[in-house]
Write a protein that binds this ligand. Structure first.
Ligand code: NAD
Ligand code: UDP
Length: 328
């Protein structure tokens, strides 16, 4: 039985990856310190003999006794509001945490895949974004702590590959959504869906002309799975190229949810990327991968999930207006 360690296991993507690798017959160790995760995301796995959970902050030395074949490093705050609230932890998990996990991969002779992001392209001047684009990041802007940690993460991963011969993989993830996102994490999908469910107006930042391209979680997990098992060490974009403006997206959510609320406009956060769309030619060629779930279908599944939350969860997680904070 192959053994895999997944960091960030109690988070949105990490928990779906745990499910997938259990289903594929792996023994999975999930690691998390719950800083932005939730026990509920992995509670269904805790009695599974092929799953174990370790509560640990990966920025601290990782003392792991068992053998390992694979490591997926997904621990990191992932929403702009999270990394604005905990900037130092965000920098540390991308840098010190990645260093620890690369060291562990080297010691165990395990293959490691690290979760990078479209944010390494910053506010891109090339559209759609190809892997050979170097990016346009403001190092000292509000998003710099995340973007630069992820850029460092890619550099140290390549250095372990070329200098130590560690088998490494780098996935550049574009906006991914689905069940188990946190209702109050501030990302646009939970934000709009939470507002619709509570009968609040939908807050579009800026004039809403900025674009994003949303990928359903099952497609993302499939791309990551294929990349891990490939022999390609350089970064690969995984995302859904179907691009939409945020104001059109707000209208889609109004239709989907049937809310009678309207769109209201707030200030655009500093350095909010104006256009984002993955070029996925490389993933198609290399992995034979492309997304299969269209936005209408994925959003419906996601909305059903948010609808299933308790009143308590819905109101406890009331979306706050963080624009003032982001604009500092
Ligand atoms: P998430 O916040 O739901 O999950 C992150 C998990 O990492 C949480 O459970 C958190 O508690 C854990 N974590 C954070 N710091 C830790 C530490 N020091 N030690 C142990 N655990 C720690 O976010 P997500 O959307 O699931 O993102 C997972 C990964 O994917 C992140 O690395 C993120 O940068 C990357 N990513 C996600 C997206 C997306 O659209 N979801 C896009 C690009 C990149
Ligand atoms: N956004 C918005 N209203 C919200 C939350 C986000 O208009 O309540 C916008 C945000 O400014 C950005 C886009 O939606 O342009 C996607 O934001 P998100 O935080 O989901 O992810 P990002 O891609 O910016 O990291």
């Amino acid at each position: 039985m192959k053994k895999i360690l997944i960091t960030g296991a109690a988070g949105f993507l990490g928990s779906h990856l745990c499910d997938r690798f259990i289903k594929e017959g792996y023994h999975v160790t999930g690691m998390d310190n719950f800083i932005t995760g939730d026990k509920k995301n992995i509670s269904h796995l805790l009695d599974n003999p092929n799953f174990q959970f370790i509560n640990h902050d990966v920025t601290e030395y990782i003392d792991f006794k068992d053998d390992l074949d694979y490591i997926l490093h997904f621990a990191s705050p992932a929403s702009p509001i999270d990394y604005l609230k905990i900037p130092i932890q965000t920098l540390k998990v991308g840098s010190l945490g990645t260093h620890n996990l690369l060291g562990l991969a080297k010691a165990k002779e395990a293959r490691i895949l690290i979760a990078s992001t479209s944010e390494i392209y910053g506010d891109p001047l090339v559209h759609p974004q190809t892997e050979d684009y170097y990016g346009n990041v403001n190092t000292i802007g509000p998003r710099g702590v995340y973007d630069e940690a992820k850029r460092f993460q890619e550099s140290i991963t390549m250095a372990y590959h070329t200098f130590h011969g560690v088998e490494t993989r780098i996935v550049r993830i574009f906006n991914t959504y689905g069940p188990r996102m946190r209702l109050n994490d501030g990302r646009v999908i939970p934000a709009f869906m939470g507002q619709a469910l509570r009968g609040e107006d939908l807050t579009v930042f800026g004039d809403g002309s900025q674009t994003r391209s949303f990928c359903y979680v099952d497609d993302q997990v499939e791309g990551i799975y294929k990349l891990l098992l490939s022999d390609y060490a350089k970064p690969v974009n995984i995302g859904n190229p179907h691009e939409i403006t945020i104001s059109d997206f707000a209208e889609e959510i109004i239709k989907l949810t049937g809310t009678t609320q309207k769109v209201i406009y707030k200030d655009l956060p500093v350095n909010d990327p104006m256009q984002r769309q993955p070029d996925i030619s490389l993933a198609k060629k290399l992995l034979g991968w492309e997304p299969k779930v269209d936005r209408a279908e994925g959003m419906k599944i996601t909305f059903d999930y948010f609808k299933s939350l308790t009143e308590d969860e819905l109101y406890k997680s009331e979306h706050k207006d963080f624009t003032g904070y982001i604009n500092k």
